[in-house]
Design a binder for this molecule. Sequence first.
Ligand code: NI
Length: 179
Amino acid sequence: MSILKVSQMGHPVLRQVAGPVDPSLIASEEFLRLVRDMAETMVAYQGAGLAGPQVHVSNRILVYQGVDEDGAPGIQTLVNPVIKPETDERVTDWEGCLSIPGILGQVPRYARILVTALDDEGEELEYVAEDFEARVIQHEVDHLDGILYFDRMEDRTSLTYTTEHKLYGPSEEDEDLED
Ligand code: NI
């Protein structure tokens, strides 16, 4: 296993639309190594999620810190994910990005989404994700489309360095702003 180099904002791979993963490759040694390395990289940098383009792989794959059916924490892999809002409600909350280190901003996201994807064994997944999990998946799927969270912000005045965030935020009125 290895910790991979994380692409930083400005690298063209973060602005490309990633190509689909060929499902016949999912069982391959190379693919499984990529999934393991992405998971290890996400954990090493304390990320909530990580998408292929963030490790210079322009393919539609992401990992995130999820929970299994019993509520136990576990890393979820999504291959060729498709998401659809299950509600019009959007919630605005803090996000950061390993490709834009040291900065946080408030981003509106759908509160509930339907996720369709393959897992790391090529099994079909379909489930509803809510709240923080839904936020992480929307952020990571955006990476697959060359979109960064800055692009989703409707009000950039919340942008802050993490050092200042610790000093001055979040205030009560910042929490779970309804959009
Ligand atoms: Ni990100």
